[in-house]
Design a protein around this ligand. Structure first.
Ligand SMILES: Cc1ncc(COP(=O)(O)O)c(C=O)c1O
Ligand SMILES: N[C@@H](CCCC[NH3+])C(=O)O
Length: 423
């Protein structure tokens, strides 16, 4: 969080005072640091530079932060995109990401999404079932196109992360079973309109240990060799994303990108493929905060409630995964207290932290939830008729609104009173 620092007693995003920003744009608001995004993108690129055949393709996992301004920033640094819907593909293209740098993942690609991605000429479809391969073959043949494909293989490795974001166990919906991969490749290679070019794997998110990744990659290495022996031209291996970021300063930090790069170098030695990576959280997680204001502090049975103007609809991670987000007062008063930090939404799950030792705050104070740049704004909803939160990008002394505050009028106007059609 080195671009979010206390200066003269006020938390700043780069050179911009968060007090001034809150006055200008109101709260709650997501605030991102350009410098942090750039730095993380470079650190990851440096960590994997030189690995594999040719330069690796780093396809940012758009789901982590799909704001077009953020994607444009990454496009300028040479990043591609990992998309999981036609909507994300449109965002990546709008941000100027070249189609050949786009990978399409996800278990539920529809026929329309496949046709759109083929029209755009994306670099790779990561197929997650033979059923999907059959449909893509039909769509591509009909359009007179050839779809470059890889199978996402499920290595049945426990990523050791939260069950709701683990993707590489056999019971998870993702990928094709490892043991049946050679037979699946053989069948798919015979289908028209598909060009088999690689393998893909992604075992989960917020991984704090490299060992499961290394086990998964080793299995993929063995599969690459087996597929080549079967005559497939495997030229690409997509190693997914998943490297965790530090949320809680009191917990051991996840492995560094450099340690991850060294592990990948070791395990992929001799594969002779171009490598693809799909980092999301690592690039943007610590580049964003959620700026919110304390509405009031309410006494509790034993612990006071700090009620802030951001709710679970703005930042879902604590309610969904019991995720831990550090919280800081924007203008710390210098002492601490213990509190439950909650939002205004009418659910007990609208709780950001319980029994949290935190900066003492009072009604009207500004606070920031840290590490909110990934899976924050993008997972927001309008539950309780709370308009979507604006997003602000800071760049040195400057800032820009990159998503305007939604008005309640716009939210209501999106509803349509029925105009019944008669049979
Ligand atoms: C296919 C795929 N690639 C990449 C990612 C990005 O993961 P992370 O943000 O943990 O790097 C995800 C999310 O878990 C994913 O499902
Ligand atoms: N949304 C999750 C991560 C899921 C990653 C997508 N496969 C989170 O906030 O941690």
């Amino acid at each position: 969080m080195d671009h979010f620092t206390l200066r003269d007693g006020v938390l700043h995003a780069e050179d911009v005072s968060l007090v001034r920003l809150a006055e200008a744009v109101g709260t709650p608001a997501y605030v991102y640091s350009t410098a942090t995004i750039r730095r993380h993108a470079r650190v990851f690129a440096d960590a994997v530079a030189g690995l594999g055949r040719g330069a690796p393709l780093i396809a940012f996992a758009v789901k982590a932060n799909p704001n077009v301004a953020v994607l444009s920033l990454l496009a300028g640094l040479g990043y591609g995109a990992d998309v999981v819907s036609g909507g994300e593909l449109r965002r990546a293209r709008r941000a100027g990401i070249a189609p050949e740098k786009i990978v399409f993942s996800g278990v539920g690609k529809t026929e329309a999404e496949m046709a759109f991605a083929l029209e755009e000429g994306i670099g790779q479809f990561n197929l997650e079932s033979e059923e999907e391969a059959a449909l893509l073959s039909q769509v591509a043949s009909r359009m007179g196109r050839t779809a470059p494909v890889a199978f996402r293989v499920n290595p049945d490795v426990d990523a050791g992360t939260h069950a709701k974001i683990s993707t590489g166990r056999s019971e998870n919906k993702f990928g094709i079973p490892y043991d049946s991969a050679p037979a699946a490749y053989a069948r798919v290679a015979a289908l028209p309109g598909l060009a088999v070019r690689g393998v893909a794997v992604h075992i989960g998110s917020q991984l704090t240990d490299l060992a499961p990744l290394e086990r998964a990659f080793a299995k993929i290495g063995a599969l690459v060799a087996a597929l080549r022996a079967d005559g497939h031209a495997i030229a690409y291996a997509d190693l997914g994303g998943g490297l965790g970021v530090p949320y809680d300063p009191d917990r051991p930090a996840p492995p560094s990108p450099a340690a991850y790069g060294a592990m990948v170098a070791r395990v992929t030695q001799g594969w002779d493929v171009q490598l693809l990576f799909e980092p999301g959280r690592l690039i943007v997680g610590n580049a964003g905060i959620l700026l919110t204001r304390v509405i009031r502090v309410k006494p509790g049975a034993s612990t006071p409630f700090v009620i802030v103007d951001a709710g679970m609809n703005d930042l879902m991670r604590p309610a969904l995964y019991d995720a831990w987000h550090a919280m800081r007062a924007v203008t710390p008063r210098g002492d601490l207290f213990s509190a439950n930090i909650v939002g205004p939404v009418c659910e007990t799950g609208d709780t950001f932290a319980t029994e949290r030792r935190m900066d003492r705050v009072e009604g009207g104070d500004l606070v920031a939830f840290l590490t909110a740049g990934a899976y924050g704004a993008t997972m927001a909803s309008t539950y309780n008729s709370r308009p979507l939160t604006p997003e602000i990008l800071v760049n040195g002394p400057e800032w820009a609104t990159i998503r305007a505050r939604q008005t309640i009028e716009a939210l209501i106007d999106a509803d349509i009173m029925p105009q019944w059609t008669h049979p």
